[in-house]
Design a protein around this ligand. Structure first.
Ligand code: ZN
Length: 193
């Protein structure tokens, strides 16, 4: 591998992870934005939101929904930019818009729920859907499949991309799990009580 292609690869991974990081952070900001609207103190850290005030069950439903909306809007906004100029839009950034929906789909397949604890249940209850149902799980399955469809439709990737994508999926799981672990280790002692 030449050094220039190594640089391009390194740059692609950097753009990818920065965008994944931004998407996760936006999700946490989404939770906190709702808490702030309700006059509650909340701190968004890169991979977790910390509520400093007690909130009612109803407010908690909307706080959960805020994070989900953050993730959905982030992905749809990148889809929109990609569709507008599919040939010049950054592929790593587009790929990163599928990281969170892809992870949720993976966990949904693996464990029957796309998110740990009850965040998805609370978010769907806030939208008027059944608390115990799978509305948000299916919503992310739809967004993930929509992203794959757009990518195949507009970028016409070759079949040779598949091993790289599988590797990227595994690295993404490790990256997000590592980010959460480090985040919680730093911020739990400060903000959890
Ligand atoms: Zn969340």
């Amino acid at each position: 591998m030449s050094s220039s292609s190594f640089c391009t690869k390194a740059k692609n991974w950097l753009y990818y992870f920065i965008t994944v990081f931004a998407g996760v952070y936006l999700h946490e900001i989404g939770h906190c934005a709702v808490a702030w609207v309700y006059g509650k103190r909340a701190i968004p850290t890169p991979a977790k939101e910390y509520l400093l005030d007690a909130v009612s069950f109803n407010t908690q439903l909307y706080i959960s929904l805020g994070g989900i909306l953050g993730t959905i809007l982030f992905s749809l906004f990148i889809f929109y930019l990609f569709i507008k100029s599919p040939l010049t839009f950054s592929q790593p950034v587009f790929a990163a818009s599928l990281a969170s929906p892809g992870l949720y789909c993976f966990l949904f397949l693996l464990k029957g729920r796309g998110h740990d604890a009850t965040e998805f249940q609370e978010a769907q209850a806030a939208m008027g859907f059944s608390y115990s149902g799978h509305m948000v799980d299916y919503l992310f399955v739809f967004i993930f499949l929509l992203g794959i469809f757009l990518w195949v439709r507009f970028s016409k990737p070759s079949i040779k991309a598949i091993p790289g994508l599988l590797l990227a999926s595994v690295i993404t799981i490790v990256f997000v799990a590592g980010l959460q672990t480090i985040n919680n280790r730093i911020f739990d002692p400060l903000f959890s009580h």
